[in-house]
Write a protein that binds this ligand. Structure first.
Ligand code: F6P
Length: 361
């Protein structure tokens, strides 16, 4: 880990792309501090994700730029959901512009902090001959090849606190409280915060729900004297009926049901099925804002300093990942184009059921 051997990377660019999350600045600081202090590398900050690399919005980062940012939410570099490969001719122009700027600014490497989209683009740029390192950021924890992304722990803590707060008001009013978390394709956040918050029902995209089974569960609870219930629903959850529909029919169904999101729909379905008074709360962007948890600060810092070590060794084309308690590289082809979903045999599902949680089936 020292700096005695030859340092392969002299100059690198760093960007944050996709949805923001707590821990991005801690990771930026980790990469930049170690790269600057240990390896004396030159760092260029790229504004607004891949958009800044396309337009050439790069500026040198000095130690004062990455000082005092460990605890700050968001990203000092800004972000966007720009996907340079996702279009035809224009897309090709964007990739061309990225390659031109990479060479114009004399970058030896590119460090990209992001989720599935960001790391997929990173992989494709590596295929185009650029030296790329990815860092796993997302509150969804759905990056293939990585046990835990930074941002997840902070978001889980926010969701859990929200569930705790909704618990007491649910109990006071004898209501069913539906809480919608983020997680369009994978249900990790809803599942973990649901377990942490003692959810009576947890619905995730990986397990299409049966409203009859939910109704039975809530009525059984009521029979045993429980006067309220907590239902945690991940944004991408869907019913067994919807799971059978093709994309077009599902879209039509969503328009017809005319509810702003799944949380409201499940609340309405529960009221119809059980007659119990039900309320919905959508946590939304509050899950992605604010300071990172202590755990995410450590994780993001570990990812960052490991990335600096890898830059020094010239170990490119990798995602800096966490497997068990180890931080290390996996090939960027592993997360590219994939989503890490909750497997049906994941022991955490059995844990949830063992404490009496209904998973919608
Ligand atoms: O960062 C991923 C995510 O949190 C998803 O769970 C959610 O669907 C998405 O962001 C929404 O973010 P935006 O509105 O910024 O696209």
């Amino acid at each position: 880990m020292g700096n005695s051997s030859q340092i392969i990377t002299n100059t690198f660019g760093i960007l944050t792309a996709g949805g923001d999350c707590p821990g991005l600045n801690a990771a930026i600081r980790g990469v930049c501090r170690a790269a600057h202090d240990r390896y004396h590398m030159k760092i260029l900050g790229i504004a607004g994700g891949y958009r800044g690399l396309i337009s050439g919005d790069l500026r040198p980062l000095q130690p004062q730029d990455f000082s005092g940012i460990l605890t700050r939410g968001g990203t000092i570099l800004g972000t966007s959901r720009e996907k340079p490969f996702k279009s035809t001719e224009i897309g090709e122009d964007k990739v061309k512009a990225i390659k031109e700027n990479y060479h114009k600014y004399k970058l030896d490497a590119l460090v990209v902090l992001g989720g599935n989209g960001t790391n997929t683009t990173g992989y494709l740029l590596a295929q185009e001959g650029l030296n790329v390192l990815g860092l796993p950021k997302t509150i969804d924890n759905d990056i293939e090849g990585c046990e835990r992304s930074f941002g997840f722990h902070s978001a889980m803590a926010i969701c859990t606190e929200a569930i705790d707060r909704l618990h007491s008001t649910a109990a006071s009013h004898n209501r069913v409280m539906v809480i919608e978390t983020m997680g369009r394709k994978a249900g990790w956040l809803g599942l973990y915060s649901g377990i942490a918050g003692g959810g009576d029902v947890i619905l995730i995209p990986e397990i299409p729900y049966d409203i009859k089974a939910i109704g039975r569960h809530l009525k059984e609870r009521a029979k045993t004297g429980k006067t309220f219930s907590i239902v945690v629903v991940a944004e991408g959850a869907l019913s067994i009926e919807e799971a059978k529909m093709d994309k077009k029919d599902r879209k039509k169904f969503h328009t017809e049901t005319a509810v702003p999101s799944i949380g409201y729909r499940v609340a309405r379905e529960i009221e119809t099925e059980t007659g119990m008074e039900t309320r919905a709360t959508v946590l939304g962007y509050v899950q992605r804002g604010g300071i990172p948890s202590a755990s995410d600060r450590v994780l993001a810092t570990r990812f960052g300093t490991t990335a600096a070590d890898m830059l020094a060794r010239g170990e490119y084309g990798k995602l800096v990942s966490q497997i068990g308690n180890e931080i290390g590289p996996v090939d960027l082809s592993v997360p590219a184009g994939k989503t890490k979903k909750v497997p049906r045999d994941d022991p955490i599902l059995d844990t949830a059921m063992a404490v009496g949680t209904c998973l919608g089936i």
